[in-house]
Design a protein around this ligand. Structure first.
Ligand SMILES: Nc1ncnc2c1ncn2[C@@H]1O[C@H](COP(=O)(O)OP(=O)(O)OP(=O)(O)O)[C@@H](O)[C@H]1O
Ligand SMILES: [Mg+2]
Length: 348
């Protein structure tokens, strides 16, 4: 790097962003992951004028508990930007939080941001524009499964086929990678959110009890299992919600076998996506996957026993990445810093 380009880079911190449906992570060049917060924005409306009340952790605490004047929004439902203006506000807020100062001519970072492999050019443009408006001097894109694979330490630059399955909040991305490229990719719009919804509807159907999304997510994280426990019951837990018959608060108990039953449908949709990807993989690459196995990333992959369930369903070795929730951010950051990965960054 020349003296002058160094001079002009002074003060700017290049960053990599994993803009997820559930969580946003920011990786700063030379520092690693410095921010990890829920992708939630609380908007307050006073006299018809909207303003951002809280972002990230502070906004998530308000979810399901806001008065009429405040709305907690997840701008990226289903893995793509559902509300572009709110998404932009959120990106701006996080960048400002990381840089800790107002942007200026000398403080305009280059940003690498990951996008779902199944996103359309219109969706990618929206993400690029949001990052530019938030103060990026240049925006590069990386496909989410590629970032996940790099973050999980998979051999993506070699002529060896490997498969990554990234189970996020909104989508599950299944990809076969080789030589810095995606040889095959498919995206299923089922992830952690659908698991939460499945739990809400199970409890409603079987117990006439209405529970909130936040409660469902907590139960899933703490007690969710991909298969009924060996004793056919597992832990039994209490759940509070509103009785649908007489409208008053009520508590019921549910066991892990029932939770597995509730989660069965979204989990089988995910396994089906993996099966379709395997059927569509070229024979030489498929042969590599038999040796390399499948690597699971993303928060949804942390459901207890999901790796073993997928191993049984596919007959292949399946491993859970070391830090499932941060693989994508880590991989995006590494791709930004290490010239070996230059070919995986795109401008559109
Ligand atoms: N221990 C856990 N067990 C089960 N699920 C979990 C666990 N921890 C987090 N999750 C779920 O993982 C999901 C979030 O994962 P992640 O942060 O990888 O998604 P994302 O990157 O924001 O979404 P996407 O990639 O779809 O845009 C949420 O649905 C969350 O409930
Ligand atoms: Mg993700």
């Amino acid at each position: 790097m020349s003296f002058f380009s160094k001079l002009f880079r002074f003060g700017s911190q290049n960053m990599a962003i994993d803009l997820g449906t559930a969580n946003t992570l920011v990786y700063v060049e030379g520092q690693g992951i410095v921010l990890d917060e829920p992708s939630v924005v609380a908007i307050e409306t006073i006299n018809g004028i909207k303003r951002v009340k809280a972002v990230g952790d502070d906004a998530k605490m308000m979810m399901g508990k806001t008065p009429d004047s405040i709305e907690a929004i997840r701008p990226l439902r289903d893995g793509v930007i559902a509300d572009i203006e709110v998404a932009e506000e959120m990106i701006k807020h996080f960048i400002k939080k990381v840089t800790g100062r107002q942007r200026s001519l000398f403080n305009q970072p280059e940003i690498v941001i990951c996008v779902p492999s199944g996103s359309t050019s219109v969706e990618r443009r929206a993400i690029r524009d949001a990052a530019s408006n938030a103060g990026a001097s240049q925006v590069h894109l990386i496909l989410e499964p590629m970032a996940a694979a790099i973050g999980a330490g998979m051999p993506v630059t070699e002529p060896i086929g490997s498969m990554v399955v990234d189970i996020g909040g909104g989508t599950t991305e299944v990809a076969v990678l080789s030589l810095r490229g995606l040889a095959y990719t498919t995206s299923v719009r089922t992830g952690g959110d659908k698991m939460d919804e499945a739990l809400v509807s199970y409890v409603r159907r079987h117990h006439n009890l209405l529970i909130g999304e936040t409660t469902a997510e907590r139960i899933k994280k703490d007690f969710g299992v991909a298969r009924a426990p060996a004793d056919g019951v597992g832990h039994t837990i209490q759940i509070k919600g509103r009785d649908l018959v007489n409208g008053v608060p009520k508590e019921i108990s549910i066991n892990q076998a029932q939770i597995a039953e509730a989660l069965a449908e979204p989990i089988s949709t995910i396994v089906e996506g993996v099966r379709i990807a395997l059927e569509n993989t070229a024979p030489e690459l498929a042969a590599d996957i038999v040796d390399q196995g499948i690597v699971l990333t993303g928060g949804g992959a942390m459901i207890e026993g999901l790796d073993a369930f997928m191993r049984d369903e596919t007959g292949l070795p399946v491993t859970l990445a070391e830090n499932p929730l941060s693989c994508v951010a880590l991989g995006t950051g590494i791709a930004m810093e290490d010239p070996v990965y230059k070919g995986v960054l795109h401008t559109q």
